[in-house]
Design a protein around this ligand. Structure first.
Ligand code: DC
Length: 195
């Protein structure tokens, strides 16, 4: 039976860790939709064409998790035709038998408005920048914080599919939570829905 979990939220709030843990715990498939936008941003050339011709090789690039890829992704993600080109792939993934977890910015609002469970994962910009800084080791903390804020502004301010919680999303603020505690909360939410 398809069962779709939509996880949205700003950069470095813990979406990826929580989504992977949920997929593992409940035996669901996981799609990190940010990787699609990162791959489009890093492919170069016309972003709309890049989105329309995205291949498994593009998604296997080793540099997709870099800060530069995140910035490039956030830029191409403002283009409606880029977003439109990626919708079908995400919806097909969500509809697979056996359950799926998708994480991104617009999963609960645009890609899967009928998702069985929606969680909006958030945290303060400072805490998110500290996590990203520790994870990538790139630049200085001040630079990473500035990038996090710029990315928030772009992701929330864009006209098409902006980052915002769906009306029926549960908010999970991880500012003062350890990863383990955040994962445990999310698992409890899903377990309650599955019984
Ligand atoms: O989750 P991430 O940091 O890998 O996402 C990188 C960028 O891609 C993010 O700043 C905005 C864009 N994105 C989006 O617009 N919609 C999604 N569903 C996922 C990512």
């Amino acid at each position: 039976m398809p069962f779709t979990i939509a996880i949205d939220g700003p950069a470095a709030a813990g979406k990826g860790t929580i989504s992977r843990a949920l997929a593992q715990e409940f035996g669901f498939a996981h799609l990190d939709t940010g990787l699609l936008y990162r791959a489009v941003g890093m492919k170069g050339g016309d972003p709309v064409q890049a989105a329309q011709s995205l291949s498994p090789d593009d998604l296997a690039r080793p540099d997709l998790r870099s800060l530069a890829a995140g910035v490039a992704a956030s830029r191409v993600a403002t283009i409606p035709q880029v977003r439109a080109a990626l919708v079908a792939f995400q919806r097909d993934f969500a509809a697979r038998e056996g359950g799926a977890v998708l994480d991104g910015r617009d999963i609960g609002t645009v890609i899967c408005p009928e998702a069985d469970v929606k969680i909006f994962v958030t945290a303060s910009a400072e805490v998110r920048a500290a996590r990203r800084f520790a994870e990538t080791g790139e630049g200085t903390f001040a630079e990473v914080l500035e990038q996090v804020r710029a990315r928030d502004a772009r992701d929330m301010g864009r006209a098409y599919a902006p980052l915002r919680p769906a009306e029926d999303a549960m908010i999970l603020d991880t500012t003062d939570l350890s990863i383990d505690a955040a994962v445990a909360k999310a698992c409890a939410l899903i377990a309650a829905r599955l019984t």
